[in-house]
Design a protein around this ligand. Structure first.
Ligand code: NAD
Length: 494
């Protein structure tokens, strides 16, 4: 295992990938750099896997699905995933340091990166063990007379999992563990900017669990072609993907010729509608915080704040005060709640969209640039843009930075129209002193979820996903488990 440590806590992950039970480097020995976003320094390297490596991983997953008992032996899967849960607990602090190193997220904010996914492994192990794979639905009428029908839930087969960099360890687990527990075999392709969240998961599976060779594979690569090859491979039965809508479209197109089942969790541009009777001091400090923690690199972030015109200045002042006092800086310092953007390219994109918003008529209330006391690291100031036209690019495109746009409205109907004026439909929020009124508004949002007055729709036990171009299908809840299963209907004589 290759690790390097410095006083700051920076820790490099394993350079190798897991293919067919073996931790290995790509044949040519090629590697790519992994940069710590807070120092801009190279923290270590990852193997630069190729389309050929991917082909070997898919062949191994195919063989493991078609010729072993994995797909049929629920108790063995339970044993392996329980082992994985224990192993992840053992590796927790190492995983935390590697995550802060490659993502740049504040160490104080790593609960959703580390603790949540580790808990998730135990959750799916129990769900999968207790699931009724064979269900008797009783006697049904048919043209040939009455017939008894059973439903059998079969695993889909070989699942290709492609993940982004914003919450990499969590998403690697969320995409692969329910798939494995449902009896599928998996090839994971982690994001280029965060290869270690994937390579470490592969190392732990190989070194600390009985998961058989070929059942779980990780192909680390700096090339988008590897993800593209996975989504086009005819030996793969299903793609589960989290990432941008543009890549989601490419994955759908690539899978069309083999009619692949596709689960897509894509981009978002969620709105927070603050109704005119809302308690602004309860709703808006949290709204500003949400924009800053994770440096705005969150798909569900309500990045469009819609304020009633009658309380517009009052609302802007609260958002501004929270953003100006927000602790931004070194992610290893537990006082900080916002770290850098993940890369120079992402920071440039965020700064470019802010500039575009101002050019299109938005008013810069605070932020807008790089913090003067943080010249090193890819930091962006918490930024508030007011008077934003709902059709402006900054109100339509995902920014993925610590940026809120604010748009005024006069009536509830107008707010709903603005909120729904988006190609995305991932999430939303409504704040009001009148819960029934808030619920009426939330029901009219064309989104996969909505939170009312700080309530939380997101969690392992309830479905999560997007409408419109925010995705296809649902993770979490029983719906999320069943995404990784096919239904076979069996007819028997009465
Ligand atoms: P991205 O789409 O650029 O990349 C995601 C993954 O897709 C990477 O592993 C990449 O290598 C791979 N990829 C790139 N081109 C491909 C192709 N043609 N075929 C197959 N795979 C390909 O996304 P990103 O920049 O890494 O992540 C940010 C995006 O992820 C944002 O849009 C964000 O909203 C979204 N996201 C969504 C959710 C959700 O649950 N809806 C959660 C987190 C992030």
């Amino acid at each position: 295992m290759t690790t390097t440590e410095t006083d700051s806590g920076v820790l490099a992950g394993d350079e190798r990938m897991l293919i067919d039970g073996e931790l290995q480097l790509t044949g040519s020995g090629a590697t790519f750099d992994v940069v710590h976003p807070a120092t801009e320094e190279v923290a270590g390297r990852a193997t630069d896997g190729t389309v050929e490596d991917l082909g070997r991983a898919v062949a191994a997953a195919r063989r493991a699905f078609d010729t072993t008992e994995w797909s049929r032996d629920v108790e063995f899967r339970y044993h392996c995933l329980t082992q994985l849960h224990t192993a992840l607990e053992r590796n927790k602090e190492r995983l935390r340091r590697i995550t802060v190193t490659e993502v740049g997220c504040p160490v104080s904010m790593t609960g959703s990166h580390i603790e949540s996914p580790i808990d998730e492994v135990a959750h799916w192990a129990e769900i999968g063990r207790n699931f009724e794979y064979l269900q008797d639905t009783g006697v049904h009428q048919s043209l040939a007379g009455p017939s008894r029908r059973l439903l059998h839930y079969d695993p889909v087969g070989v699942v290709g999992a492609i993940t982004p960099w914003n919450v990499p360890f969590y998403l690697n687990v969320a995409e692969t563990v329910p798939a494995l527990m449902a009896g599928n075999t998996v090839v994971l392709k982690p994001a280029q900017l965060t290869p270690w969240a994937g390579s470490e998961l592969g190392r732990i599976v190989a070194e600390e669990t009985d998961i058989p060779a070929g059942v779980f594979n990780v192909v680390v690569s700096n090339a988008n072609e590897v993800g593209a090859a996975l989504s086009a491979d005819p030996r793969v039965d299903m793609i589960t993907f989290t990432g941008s809508t543009a890549t989601g479209r490419a994955i759908l197109a690539a899978g069309a010729s083999t009619v692949k089942r596709t689960l897509l969790e894509l981009g978002g541009k969620s709105a927070h509608i603050v109704l005119d009777d809302a308690d602004l001091t309860a709703a808006l400090p949290m709204a500003a915080m949400l924009a800053c923690i994770m440096s705005g690199q969150s798909c569900v972030l309500p990045s469009r704040i819609l304020l009633p015109r009658s309380r517009y200045d009052e609302g802007l002042a609260i958002l501004q005060a929270t953003m100006e006092g927000f602790p931004v800086g070194d992610p290893w310092d537990p006082k900080n709640m916002q770290g850098p953007q993940i890369s120079q390219g992402q920071r440039a994109k965020v700064l470019g969209l802010i500039a575009d918003g101002i050019a299109s008529g938005a008013r810069l209330v605070t932020g807008g640039g790089v913090p003067s006391d943080l010249p090193v690291g890819y930091y962006v100031q918490p930024t508030l843009l007011a008077d934003v036209d709902p059709d402006a690019r900054v109100a339509q495109e995902e920014i993925f930075g610590p940026v809120l746009t604010v748009t005024p409205f006069d009536t509830d109907d107008e707010a709903i129209t603005i909120a729904n004026n988006s190609i995305y439909g991932l999430a939303g929020q409504v704040s009001s002193a009148d819960e029934d009124r808030a619920l009426t508004v939330a029901l009219r949002l064309r989104t996969g979820s909505a939170n009312i007055n700080g309530g939380q729709s997101f969690g392992l036990t309830s479905p999560f996903g997007g409408t419109k171009q925010s995705g296809l299908g649902r993770r979490n809840g029983l719906h999320g488990f069943q995404e990784y299963l096919e239904i076979k209907t069996l007819g028997l004589p009465v």
